[in-house]
Design a protein around this ligand. Sequence first.
Ligand code: ATP
Ligand code: MG
Length: 221
Amino acid sequence: MKVVAVLNEKGGCGKTTIATNLARGLQLEGLDVMLVDSDVQGSARDWGAVETDFDKPAVIGMDRPTLHKDIPKVAEGSDIVVIDGAARAEKMQTSAIKASDLVLIPVQPSAYDIWSSETVVDLVQARREIAGKPEAAFVISRQIVGTNLAGEAQEALESFDLPVLEGRTAQRVIYTEAASQGRSVLDVDSSSKAADEVRSIVKDTLAIFDIQTAKANGTAR
Ligand SMILES: Nc1ncnc2c1ncn2[C@@H]1O[C@H](COP(=O)(O)OP(=O)(O)OP(=O)(O)O)[C@@H](O)[C@H]1O
Ligand SMILES: [Mg+2]
């Protein structure tokens, strides 16, 4: 079982959007996925509660900073657990980082947003010194369509010693539409650009974990 947490203390940077779409995307790869909502706001739980004509990943609420103890008990049998992080909750983040094999840090492409992720990056690095994990990477979130990464954003990213995922999201209405329908963008329109973006984040995550799904091997569909 692998655990990936989507964390950044900055509110509104796209944690829940990425966590829900990633969880559903991993499920569509044939994996058994659990989504853990660590935010008292409960947005991922709300997403999970909207009825759909397919089975979504199970969404479990865990908003105490004991994730690292609770997840291994609850998620036994899952292939992957995705944690949707809470904004401004350092204890929760510390616990999520302890629970994780990989931390994805969504950042909107502005220097201010990237700098404000310093707390999470520091927590991840402190944990790595003790435990040798988790791995971590930035995910560019809500990039304005038609723009490249602005120079200041690129510079700010380079000031951290962390990779940037190739997969990223652009600002697109379909993400908010999918959220309100309790679906992923893959379910709303699998041939959309947003669906390509999510598949790319899924692919990067699987590559980091070195997981080869039957679907990726072309042996199943
Ligand atoms: N790529 C995107 N395109 C369009 N809208 C987006 C995108 N990503 C996120 N949003 C919208 O921006 C808002 C904030 O996103 P989201 O809830 O995912 O952020 P968050 O980091 O989980 O916020 P919080 O810190 O409050 O938990 C939501 O209304 C969401 O639908
Ligand atoms: Mg959220």
